[in-house]
Design a binder for this molecule. Structure first.
Ligand code: UAG
Ligand code: ATP
Ligand code: API
Ligand code: MG
Length: 487
């Protein structure tokens, strides 16, 4: 138990009705989770206004309420705190409640449209290999050193973040790498955390359903760097036209990385093949087992970040050459018959184009590129024809299939995708509703040296149909079929 006064340390209080010298058991922003002696923080959400649940939170035992508007009728014995912005207050309260755990480890945040999961996960891998106890908060999973927990968000809410950071403190974790999404920044989920460093990857059109404009999306990302302390480093991709904008107002020490421009950390691609990249990182040559130009950026960011965190260069280069691709992010295998299979999470037109262009940059005309792809049900329908167009224009053969149809009819989704295929590309395509059969067919169609891309599900381990999730793992399935074909 901790006093309300201690939880509110550094929160700017507008009005206080009642006492802050009360003992508090827990903090909640969802009234449904409130129990006796908890604090309820009322937040105006995107769907409803949490203020309308103040009464029900009190009925469930809330001893205090933090809100932007104190209700007209207050209850005796309950403390009401008015603040300017409840979600900001929540973030600071969350840190205080868990003993400011971000101050007891080195926390690095990765933000940008693409590459966050890849960079954060590879940094986790690298620091583990270097012998440290490490934490990870990512889209794919949460790691408290060796203990794995499922992730529900790319950047969880501030209470969840601090709860995991506290667990990391208890485990003696020294470094933690986390993804910082634009939703996370906008909703103050990372506010009040003490970051040792921040990394910017790149910015392209995304999440414009949530942010009103590209400029707003960019400015939200920039806020993360604006809020870094002067003890932190801010590492940015200067090849991206928004890379320097990110650092305009930061107090942190500024560092840049680039493949094309002048920068503190530079990389040159010496070889780009299906079994990896030969890179020159500043003046050091290193072979990495990751594919494609965008991974050269990711590796460079990792190299720079690890050096800024104090890893010794020679050891760092050796560890970089040992890194393995992240689950479902350009994860690849090469069969004994020399068929390359790539599993990637590309589930948007942009990402799909990116991945296909990367593969086409490496492959020669003699090798076929067979793409297996679908689109999720109950999700943005406008992306379907676009993905149909991109897949068929940039592959030799395409098999359209299902990707979590959810409550929709799978055949209808595939029809929508096929609407984007241009007449001259139709003969390259076929549709197989059953994703397992689609993958099997791709394996049967492939000749030695061909490439199979299975896009859309990446690390997911299920197929969701009508609310039911059954086990499904693209990588395991393709690996099994390619093995069977060898017999
Ligand atoms: C659009 C969005 O980001 N929503 C997030 C937001 O919820 P919200 O504002 O919609 O909440 P709301 O339903 O309006 O409710 C407002 C308040 O009333 C409370 N309430 C509500 C009902 C009730 O009975 N009692 C009660 O107290 C709610 O707990 C909440 O505090 O705040 C919640 C708590 O932090 C988040 O879980 C929730 O994430 C939803 C589930 C979500 O899908 N978010 C996605 C879009 C997201 O955050 N994605 C990013 C990036 C992904 C990427 O880069 O691809 C991520 O970081 O994961
Ligand atoms: N640096 C990069 N630049 C462009 N594309 C990338 C980069 N790194 C990875 N990708 C591609 O972008 C997609 C997303 O990669 P990743 O999961 O690492 O990004 P993310 O920022 O975590 O995305 P999300 O917002 O979905 O969590 C993948 O399809 C991957 O192949
Ligand atoms: N976070 C995204 C991921 C989509 C992945 C794709 N496999 C799908 O199910 O549509 C969503 O749930 O919309
Ligand atoms: Mg991610």
């Amino acid at each position: 138990m901790i006093t309300l006064k201690d939880i509110l340390y550094k929160v700017t209080l507008d009005t206080v009705v009642g006492s802050t010298n009360v003992m508090v058991r827990n903090i909640h922003f969802n009234s449904r989770s409130v129990a006796i002696n908890d604090v309820f923080v009322a937040i105006k959400g995107t769907v409803v206004d949490g203020h309308q649940y103040i009464e029900s939170a009190i009925n469930q035992g809330a001893i205090a309420v933090v809100c932007e508007v104190i209700p007209a009728i207050t209850k005796k014995g309950v403390t009401y705190i008015k603040v300017d912005d409840s979600s900001r207050a929540l973030a600071i309260m969350a840190s205080n409640f868990y003993g400011n755990p971000s101050e007891n480890l080195k926390l690095v945040g990765v933000t940008g449209t693409n590459g966050k999961t890849t960079i954060a996960s590879l940094l986790y891998q690298l620091f583990k290999k270097a012998g440290f106890k490490v934490g990870l908060l990512s889209t794919v999973k949460i790691m408290v050193d060796n203990n794995e927990f499922p992730a529900t968000h790319t950047t969880p809410d501030s209470l969840t973040i601090n709860a995991y950071l506290k667990q990391m403190n208890d485990e003696g974790v020294e470094f933690c790498f986390m993804e910082v999404s634009s939703h996370g920044i906008d909703q103050n989920r990372t506010l009040g955390l003490k970051f040792e460093g921040g990394i910017f990857t790149n910015l392209s059109h995304d999440h414009l359903d949530y942010h009103n404009s590209f400029a707003e999306y960019r400015d939200v990302k920039k806020r993360f760097f604006d809020e870094l302390p002067n003890t932190a480093f801010a590492l940015t991709n200067i090849d991206d036209k928004n890379g320097s904008i990110m650092l305009q107002n930061t107090k942190a020490k500024q560092y840049s990385y680039a493949l094309k421009s002048y920068a503190d950390y530079k990389a040159q691609i010496l070889e780009n093949q299906f079994n990896g990249l030969l890179l020159k990182l500043n003046d050091n040559e290193v072979w990495v087992r990751l594919i494609g130009t965008f991974n050269a950026y990711n590796i460079l960011a990792i190299f720079a970040c690890a050096e800024l965190l104090g890893l010794e260069k020679d050891e760092l280069l050796r560890l970089i050459s040992e890194l393995e691709s992240v689950n479902g992010r350009f994860q690849f295998l090469i069969s004994d018959e020399k068929i390359t299979a790539i599993v990637d999470y590309a589930h948007t037109p942009d990402a799909l184009q990116n991945v296909l262009e990367t593969i086409n940059d490496i492959r020669t005309k003699n090798e076929d590129l067979i793409t297996v792809v679908g689109c999720g049900g109950d999700r943005d329908k406008t992306k379907r024809p676009k993905m149909g167009h991109i897949a068929s224009a940039l592959s030799t053969k395409v098999i359209f299939t299902s990707d979590n149809p959810r409550t929709e009819v799978p055949e209808t989704i595939i029809d929508d995708i096929e609407k984007g295929v241009e007449a001259q590309n139709f003969k390259k395509t076929m549709s197989i509703v059953d994703r397992k059969q689609a993958i099997k067919t791709a394996c049967q169609l492939a000749n030695p040296n061909d490439i199979i891309l299975i896009a859309g599900k990446g690390h997911e381990t299920y197929q969701e149909v009508n609310g039911v999730r059954t086990d499904f793992d693209d990588f395991k399935i393709v690996k099994e079929f390619l093995k069977q074909l060898q017999k």
